[in-house]
Ligand binder design. Structure first.
Ligand code: HEM
Length: 421
């Protein structure tokens, strides 16, 4: 695998992509900040990159350029059918699950149809009671901690961060407690691309379709029933697709937000005091992660609907632009213009921007789940500490979502609480 961003593009990609950088390799997970600085220095705000199989794309690294792209959903469309590279994409291309064609979910829907779909989803999530949500998140966090607290050691990633969001989301959407564990396994198999990924996808899809049928007959105070009550003319299949998106797009980045925030708090002296009630709060760590270590590093993407220019680059109709959220968050122009630390504000790109950004109620739900999980953990295990040297902590090998592979900790063993009423 290539590690240095100096490899030039093969001639098939044309002059525009001369000097393109492979969009893979360990630098994306070992030292991304330095890599993005180099890319900006060598290529400017929009860099030519090569995806698996030397497929060309543009990586938008500049804050202003990313605002420009995400603010114009007509010129920079979410419609992947526009891509001018489909004829060279093989059926087994590894990025197909992420950059899909003709997928009937909200992700690739555009225009008025997208606005209706986003409204259906947002209204359904807006009705979630934040106090009830917090109680649900506390209950599941307590149960997870109960499963390892007497041991004095745990892997906070596998045993906590990767289990909590999907359990809470499943409950909000209308699943029963009994269905939770199988859903957790299926979703994690799916997002981790394990050998059980296809089986996981089938399980989640079937469970969603069954839930939809159940809620049609017996609506309840849950997200799926509210989507059905407010469904415009969306078909059952479209609603099931959106339930899949809400579950998968909701679980993994929230799990990584918890994992990356815990890593920061466990490794950075400024936050060490938090564990015993010090000055740097959980909220500050979570905000800092969204600026500097965001789970959503790079997202694919947008497709140019006609020839245009961005960041001094000639973009052709049908070219793919990858949204470089992490690089844009670190754009020195923003930091200079802001005239000081950015951590007090929410002007990061981590939830996207424009019409296709993460729906606001989804952001709030993610925030409550992540913050509650971390607070309950610190409350229950106040002397928690890393069980390994910080430099041995490894990130997942992906330029897309950024998260830990494990987070081993130790703490004074404590008895389980058991289920609260
Ligand atoms: C309850 C948890 C969450 C749910 C249900 C959720 C749901 C969604 C949905 C449905 C979309 C697609 C919106 C559209 O196409 O109109 C989306 C987009 C997005 N979400 Fe979330 N999300 C959650 C948590 C998060 C978290 C924690 C992050 C990052 C830290 C995140 C980052 C994003 C980004 C960057 C996009 C925009 C993608 C683009 O512009 O193409 N989401 N989310």
């Amino acid at each position: 695998m290539t590690t240095e961003p100096s490899t030039t593009a093969p001639s098939t990609t044309g002059d525009a992509f001369a000097g393109a950088v492979p969009f893979s390799g360990p630098r994306f997970h070992v030292e991304p900040a330095e890599l993005y600085r180099e890319l900006r220095r060598d290529h400017g705000a929009v860099a030519p990159v090569l995806l698996d199989g030397d497929v060309p794309a543009w990586l938008v690294l500049g804050y202003r350029e990313l605002l420009h792209v995400t603010n114009d959903p007509v010129l920079f469309s979410r419609d992947s059918d526009l891509w001018n590279q489909w004829d060279r994409i093989p059926g087994d291309w590894p990025l197909l699950p992420m950059i899909g064609r003709k997928q009937p979910s909200i992700l690739y829907t555009v225009g008025e149809r997208h606005r209706q779909r986003a409204a259906m989803m947002s209204h359904a999530m807006e009705a979630v009671d934040p106090f009830e949500l917090r109680r649900t998140a506390e209950r599941y966090a307590d149960r997870l901690i109960d499963s390892f607290c007497a041991r004095g050691r745990a892997d906070l990633l596998a045993e906590f961060a990767m289990l909590l969001p999907v359990r809470v989301l499943a409950r909000l959407y209308g699943f029963t407690d009994e269905q939770g564990p199988a859903l957790v396994k299926a979703i994690n198999d799916l997002v981790d691309s394990t050998e059980d990924a296809i089986a996981g996808q089938t399980h989640v899809f079937t469970a969603m379709a069954e839930l939809l049928e159940l809620k049609k007959e017996r609506p309840g105070p849950d997200v799926v029933s509210r989507m059905l009550a407010d469904r415009y003319d969306f078909s059952d299949d479209e609603i099931v697709q959106d339930m899949m998106v809400m579950t998968v797009a909701g679980h993994q980045p929230t799990a990584d937000w918890i994992g990356n925030s815990l890593r920061l708090m466990l490794t950075d002296d400024r936050f060490a005091a938090s564990f015993s009630g010090g000055r740097h709060s959980v909220g500050q760590a979570m905000n800092e992660v969204l600026w500097e270590d965001t789970p959503t590093q790079n997202i694919a993407g947008r497709w140019a609907s006609r020839d245009t220019r961005v960041g001094g680059r000639q973009i052709r109709a049908g070219d793919l632009l990858i949204l470089g959220f992490a690089a844009a968050n670190a754009d020195p122009q923003v930091h200079l213009e802001g005239g000081g630390p950015t951590h007090g504000n929410n002007a990061f790109f981590s939830f996207g921007h424009g019409e296709h950004r993460c729906p606001f109620p989804a952001q709030e739900i993610a925030e409550v789940i992540a913050r509650t999980g971390i607070e309950v953990l610190l409350d229950r295990l106040p002397d928690i500490d890393l069980a390994v040297a910080p430099e041995t902590l490894v990130r997942r090998a992906s330029p897309w979502l950024r998260g830990m592979t494990r987070l081993p900790v130790r703490f004074t063993p404590t008895p389980a609480l058991g289920d609260r009423p």
